[in-house]
Design a protein around this ligand. Structure first.
Ligand SMILES: Cc1ncc(C[n+]2csc(CCOP(=O)(O)OP(=O)(O)O)c2C)c(N)n1
Length: 336
């Protein structure tokens, strides 16, 4: 039996109560709030894709990962790293391109990495991360490890050929890969109905690749969590792949170039408002408040604490050094 050649850090943050899930979603949202300003100030290079609106998906699923599990995502990746327990400081330092960043400052926002926790990276090629995830899940199976790989993809990635080749292999070889489709309705400015011939993604995968699947409300963290617990427990027993579609929404544009003016070409303010009324943070907060589990003062304190953590992360990133020129060729794979 093989072993993973890295020392495992704490595999995930404790996120076992509604209060902890609320705290995590608030942290993910607050983490991204000042990034606009930092980007415009020239502190963050490259590109940034925001996760806001989608917090319930990472928060509901990622803390369920165990020691030895792996995770691979696309470029909208801050939320998953935070939910896994990667420190906000090292994530912010990565956005700032600093040596103390979780990828040594050479990845940036789209390429976070925390191998000690099983996070094998954020990837920029749409759908390109999915075959890597199937490869990782295959390796876990090959080594007889009681683990799974979770991978997140967008609705746009569902039209990528490599995704379907990988899903076919996962279904054929029974590899423990959990495909989580975050259907936020758009691939950049193209709506699902304009890019998908069959918009029922669960049907496409379950009919096509002998992979079981289901759909969950991705704005409801409790529903996502419940589905995740059930599905992962089952996968750990039968070692088979699973496809979970979380129906969600991003409030922000695709990335920085997709500003409010641009977005008018593909979606209305009314649509964004309708989703804001089902906001994952507000939904959970109001439910907890109704049951007497939290007060408005507690919630405000929680938001203030998250802001303080993020301010500290920015300070840390600011004060950290850039990678040395000598490190430019470290971790570069070439030749044999
Ligand atoms: C193979 C490939 N084609 C095109 C692009 C340009 N591109 C970057 S993001 C994106 C949209 C992907 O949308 P989706 O998969 O739904 O993810 P989301 O941005 O909604 O999270 C596109 C087309 C790319 N990065 N890779």
């Amino acid at each position: 039996m093989g072993t993973v050649a890295v020392k495992q850090a704490k595999p995930h943050v404790e996120c076992n109560s509604a209060l902890e899930m609320l705290r995590m979603m608030v942290l993910i949202r607050e983490f991204e709030a000042p990034c606009d300003q930092q980007y415009r100030a020239g502190k963050i290079g490259g590109y940034v894709h925001y996760y806001n609106g989608q917090e319930a998906v990472a928060t509901g699923l990622v803390p369920l990962l165990r020691n030895g599990d792996t995770m691979i995502t696309a470029y909208r990746d801050h939320g998953y790293a935070l939910a896994l327990g990667t420190s906000p400081q090292s994530i912010m330092a990565e956005l700032f391109g600093k040596a103390t960043g979780c990828a040594g400052g050479k990845g940036g926002s789209m390429h976070l990495y925390d191998v000690a926790r099983g996070f094998l990276g954020g990837y920029g090629i749409v759908g390109g991360s999915v075959p890597l995830a199937v490869g990782s899940a295959f390796a876990l199976k090959y080594r007889n490890m009681p683990n799974l790989c979770i991978t997140f993809l967008g609705d746009g990635a569902m039209e990528q050929g490599a995704v379907h080749e990988a899903m076919n292999m996962a279904g054929l070889y029974h590899v423990p890969c959990l495909f989580v489709l975050e259907n936020n309705g758009y691939a950049m400015g193209t709506s699902v109905s304009r890019h998908a011939a069959e918009t029922d993604f669960v049907k496409r995968v379950t009919n096509g690749y002998a992979i079981e699947g289901e759909r969950v409300d991705g704005m409801d963290v409790l529903a996502v969590r419940a589905a995740g617990e059930r599905v992962m427990e089952r996968m750990r027993e039968d070692g088979r792949p699973f496809f979970l579609e979380a129906v969600t929404y991003r409030y922000a544009g695709h990335g920085f170039a997709d500003n409010a003016q641009q977005q008018k070409f593909y979606r209305t303010d009314e649509e964004i408002d309708a989703y804001r009324h089902r906001d994952p943070i507000d939904q959970l907060y109001h439910l907890m408040e109704k049951h007497g589990d939290i007060t408005e003062a507690d919630f405000k304190r929680m938001q203030a604490e998250a802001k303080a953590v993020v301010e500290e992360a920015i300070r840390f990133a600011e004060e950290s050094p850039f990678p040395s020129p000598d490190s430019l060729f470290e971790n570069v794979l070439s030749g044999n």
